[in-house]
Each structure stands twice: as C-alpha cells, then as structure tokens.
Design a protein around this ligand. Structure first.
Ligand SMILES: [Zn+2]
Length: 242
C-alpha cells in the first residue's frame, strides 16, 4: 500500500471519487484532539499528534477500506487557558465544527465514521449531543477516546505511577502521555526539565512503555473499527419523538 492512500488530504478528487464509487471506502476516521500546554516538558501538539498517529496506524491496518480525515487540531481547552499558547475552542464551536465535518463525510458517501478523540476535555460535550448527531446523520457514527481500549491489566503491567485505567487516562502529560511521546515523537520531550518537576510521575515514563501502549491501542482500535466496517458494531439511531 502506498502510504499516501490512507490520508484523505493526500488524495485528489478523482482518486477519492473512484475509490468511493468502487465501494472500497468503508470508514472515515476523524481524529480530534487539542493544542494545549502539556506541563513544562511536552510540546503543545501532544494530543493532536497522538490521535493522528493512532488514526494512521489504524487506517494502515484496515487499508484500503479506511481513510483518515484530518481537519480539527484544536479542542475544548478553557481549563488550560491560564497557560499562554493554548488554542481553545468553546464547546459550541467545537461541536459545530465537528458536526460540519461529519456532515461532509456523510455527503462524501461514508456510512461509518469513527471520531477518534485524543483529548479528555472534548468528551463531556460530545457525549451530551451524540444522540442528536446520530438522528441527524443516520449513519454508524462513533466517538472513541483512544485510551478507552486500554484495560486495568495494561495499567498494572505497564505503569508505575499508580495510574488507574481507564478512569485516570490520559493523565495530563503524566507517565502515559510522556511514554507515548518518548516512543512516537521524542523530539517533543524537553530533557532538561522532564525529570526535574514537582510531580514525579512524568519521570517514570519510558519509550518502551510508549511502544507497548501504542501497539495495543492500534491493535484494539483497529479491531473496534473493523467491527464497525463488518457490521458487528453499530450504534442504533435513537427514535424520534412520535
Ligand atoms: Zn494530553
């Protein structure tokens, strides 16, 4: 497979049209995340970069049936705005953009859309309106924070800081996120301050833990998305009021 075939943005309109018309494209993965401060030692793109890399890994597994539609890097981050540089979307703005992007994917012909979330702040607002989006778009539309596929056993095996799974994840710039960064984009970890902060948890991160987490996450999200494609995982569209 050509790497470029999994990214919607790398296709021309003709290439997209031909693949959709041939029935090849079964699933769009829409990564959403945040562009926000991650303590003193991680770069602000962390959540976006992680969600994008998980989405890419999953689409590669499901090729040629899945496309990653990259479009929304910023998320709901008012709670981080005290740290300058964070890019924030108000909840209503986030939901309007998300809804418009889903609308675009539905009109392109997708019947399965997986919104792959990489930022905790996006969850409550999305959960609150999901039944409305299901009614509006009438497709198999899922919202999945990528760490939800991890288990308590994964935490016991891989984390030393006492983080519980899945309720404590992703844990802002802590052992889990720092491990992911060390494995996937180590240039984003500032070595001069990483282990020299009041909070001891980030210092327990290793690239090996990050590699194990990334592999398990991609495996399991790919299985989840594969089930969506095969019709084994469907979110029922809620009833309209009579
Ligand atoms: Zn984060």
């Amino acid at each position: 497979m050509n790497e470029e075939e999994i990214w919607l943005g790398k296709l021309t309109r003709r290439e997209f049209r031909n693949r959709m018309d041939a029935g090849e494209l079964k699933l769009a993965i829409l990564p959403v995340a945040a562009m926000e401060q991650h303590l003193e030692h991680l770069a602000m793109e962390h959540d976006w970069r992680s969600a994008r890399l998980v989405a890419g890994g999953v689409a590669r597994r499901l090729a040629p049936r899945a496309l990653v539609a990259e479009a929304l890097m910023a998320g709901i981050s008012e709670h981080h705005m005290i740290h300058r540089g964070t890019l924030n979307l108000q909840p209503g703005t986030f939901l309007m953009v998300l809804s418009d992007l889903v609308d675009s994917l539905v009109r392109a012909g997708f019947e399965n859309v997986l919104v792959l979330n990489g930022h905790g702040g996006n969850i409550a607002a999305s959960d609150a309106v999901w039944d409305q989006l299901l009614r509006k778009y009438q497709i198999n539309l899922h919202f999945l924070p990528y760490w939800n596929v991890l288990t308590r056993e994964d935490a016991v095996e891989l984390l030393e800081s006492g983080t519980r799974l899945p309720e404590d994840l992703p844990g802002h710039a802590q052992e889990f996120e720092t491990s992911m960064a060390l494995e996937l984009f180590p240039e984003n970890v500032r070595r001069d301050v990483w282990k020299d902060q009041p909070d001891p948890a980030p210092a327990m991160a290793t690239a090996e833990k990050g590699a194990a987490f990334y592999e398990r996450i991609v495996d399991r999200v790919a299985a989840y998305a594969g089930d969506m494609i095969e019709g084994r995982r469907r979110l029922a569209v809620p009833e309209f009021h009579p």
